[in-house]
Design a protein around this ligand. Structure first.
Ligand SMILES: NC(=O)c1ccc[n+]([C@@H]2O[C@H](COP(=O)([O-])OP(=O)(O)OC[C@H]3O[C@@H](n4cnc5c(N)ncnc54)[C@H](OP(=O)(O)O)[C@@H]3O)[C@@H](O)[C@H]2O)c1
Length: 311
């Protein structure tokens, strides 16, 4: 099966690329906005693809003729979406429209990565059929993307996930990485005890996408870590796993963070459907943090190696 992956340089994109290359049953074509392939191995197929460029999307899809597109490209920075709504819309909604338009022509289906931020956070954790009501612009663009697929006439699967963590090659930071950095610098960490969701190891999203393709499932799937907790509790587990003093973690209310975009407070997911239909068991927090430790080591080393090569 020919699979085209967008946003292969992002956190989820990298984990998808890693897994699909490893499992060897798919013909994978990786794409990102960059002209050059981020991979040294010339056998790995790579094309430049900016999903906001309708013409480029059409050209690349016409050439590749994938059976499936996995869309891991997005502006996932919630406050950045609030600051630059035009770019957020162009990427997260219009970009998906471009993909759907060309997918229809070449007969491809789409696996779209979505989020629990399409909900208002009043009554999470959420099931697949719960009613969306986004409270920030990021959530609105991601819900728009889901609706674009629903009305596109193509076959699609929406893989919703929440509160991702992991380390990759030059990927942006996330909650555990920020907590570790602060604790390492001897600083206090103020973590909200009123913001709940399921921390999810990014590798589990990749594995979920693989199971979706293997089982040929369509529709909506919640794929998230097995534990629903608040940020304060999660930060305490991070401190313990990484050998720092738990007392450095201080509970605060989310409202004290004064963030640009409002966040849903009780979000996250019930993941029973994915367990039953896809046979998916996601990584526990303890195991996930252990994997994070080895990912940090691996990618710190590979980033340093690349820097030394370019000196
Ligand atoms: N992070 C979370 O906690 C979270 C939670 C729930 C759902 N999700 C969803 O998971 C998916 C992956 O997120 P992530 O955390 O992996 O984010 P990420 O690390 O920021 O990756 C997103 C990737 O999209 C690429 N991209 C942006 N605009 C593009 C464009 N116009 N054309 C092609 N590629 C473009 C970025 O490339 P550049 O490097 O070129 O900018 C980046 O590599 C997103 O759909 C997000 O909404 C994330």
């Amino acid at each position: 099966m020919k699979v085209l992956l967008t946003g292969c340089n992002g956190l989820v994109g990298q984990k998808l690329a890693e897994l699909f290359i490893q499992c060897n049953t798919f013909e994978l074509i990786m794409t990102s906005r960059n002209e050059q392939s981020p991979f040294e191995d010339e056998k790995l197929m790579y094309r430049q693809l900016d999903i906001t460029n309708k013409k480029m999307v059409r050209t690349v899809l016409d050439e590749i003729e994938p059976e499936v597109i996995i869309n891991a490209a997005a502006i996932a920075d919630v406050d950045a979406c609030e600051r630059d709504r035009a770019s957020a819309w162009q990427t997260n909604a219009a970009g998906v429209e471009n993909l759907a338009h060309s997918a229809k022509i070449v007969g491809a289906s789409i696996v779209q990565i979505s989020t629990d931020y399409i909900f208002d956070g009043k009554s999470g954790p959420y099931e697949e059929e719960d009613r969306a009501n986004p409270i920030n612009y990021y959530g609105k663009t991601k819900l728009a993307a889901e609706n674009i697929l629903r009305t596109s006439g193509i076959s699609y699967t929406i893989l919703r996930t929440s509160f991702l963590y992991g380390a990759g090659f030059e990927t942006k930071s996330n909650f555990p990485l920020r907590v570790i950095e602060a604790l390492d610098a001897g600083e206090q960490v103020k973590a909200p005890d009123d913001q709940f969701s399921n921390p999810t190891l990014a590798n589990d999203v990749a594995y979920g996408a693989l199971r979706i393709l293997e089982t040929k499932k369509s529709g909506i799937y919640n794929i998230a870590g097995p534990t629903w907790l608040n940020r304060y509790e999660f930060a305490q587990l991070i401190a313990t796993e990484f050998g720092y003093d738990k007392k450095k973690i201080v509970p605060v209310k989310m409202s004290s963070h004064k963030l640009l975009a409002p966040r849903p407070l009780k979000s996250g997911f019930v993941t029973l459907k994915a367990t039953v239909d896809l046979g998916l068991t996601t990584t526990s927090i303890e195991q996930g943090l252990m994997m994070l430790k080895s990912q940090i080591k691996e990618f710190r080393t590979s980033t340093e190696e690349t820097k030394n090569k370019t000196k």
